[in-house]
Ligand binder design. Sequence first.
Ligand SMILES: C[S@@+](CC[C@H](N)C(=O)[O-])C[C@H]1O[C@@H](n2cnc3c(N)ncnc32)[C@H](O)[C@@H]1O
Length: 278
Amino acid sequence: MTRMLKKTLENILTLKESDELISAFDQIGSIIIVRIPESLLSKKRIIGKTLLDEVKIAKSVFYQASAVEGDFRTRNLEILAGEDNTRTEYKEFGCRFIVDVENAFFSPRLSTERERIANLIQDGEIMTNMFAGVGMFSIMAAKRKKCTVYSLDINPIASNLCEENTKLNKLAGEVISINGDAAKIIKEKLMDKSDRTLMLLPERSDEFLESAINTTKDGGIIHYYSHIHADKKSNASKLSEEHYLQVTPVRSEILDSKIVRAVGPRYYQTVVDVKISK
Ligand SMILES: C[S@@+](CC[C@H](N)C(=O)[O-])C[C@H]1O[C@@H](n2cnc3c(N)ncnc32)[C@H](O)[C@@H]1O
C-alpha cells in the first residue's frame, strides 16, 4: 500500500487490516479507485469517506467491484463516497484526456509505455492503433510527431471519447477514430497502410496477429503485446520473443523486447518490437 493511503487510513484500520488492503489505489483526475479485499468489505464506506476527506482534489471514490473483463476490457465500479460520475479529465505528458473509468478501458499504469511508443514514432509515419481505447497512445504519439494515427476500437464509448480527446488536443485529421472490429476495419480500409502497428490487447494478440501483419507495410514495425508466465522476471522478455517467433507467419527481425508491467505472481505483460518482411 502506498504510504499516503496507509497514513490516511490509520485511524480506521488496524495495522494488520492496512496491510491487507491491496497494494495500491489509482487516482485518475478527480476519481479514486480502490480495490478492497473480502475481509475489509464491511468497512468499504468508511474507507471511501476517509479517502474523499483526505485527498483534496478527489471528488469521487469508487470500489472496483469486478476485474477488467469482457470484449471492452471494462470493470464494474461501485460508488463509495462523493459524486457518482465516472468521467473525469486526466493529464499525461502535456496531453489532456477525458476518460470514463467504468465504460471504456483506461489505465494510468501504462504511462511509461505510452511515452516509449511516442518517442519511437517518426515524422511522416502512419500508425494503426488496433485496440486504441480512448486514444491515449494515438494522441500522445501525434502530439510529439507529425504523423497520422488510425485509432480503432470496438467499444463505441471508447471511440467517441477518442474523437473528443482528438479535438481537445487539437489533432483533428491526425488522429482518426474508427469504431468497430479491428480485423474487419483493416480488411476493408487499412490493408498495407501502416508503418507501425500497435496491438495492445495482450490476451488476444495471437488471434489478431494476421490482421496486424495485413495492415503493416513491408519493412514496417509491429508492437506485439502478450502475457507471459516466467519463473524468473529476468526471463520474461526473452520468453515473449520466443513466443512471438513461434506464432508469426512472416520473417521478423526482433528490435527490442521488455516487460511492460507485472500482472500477477510470476505473470508479466510484455512487448516485442519487430520489423516484418512480407
Ligand atoms: C487493453 S485495452 C487497450 C486500450 C488502449 N490501448 C490503452 O492503453 O488505453 C483493449 C481495447 O481493445 C478494445 N477491443 C477489444 N476487442 C477489439 C476488437 N476486436 N477490435 C477493436 N478493438 C477491440 C477494447 O474495447 C479496449 O478498449
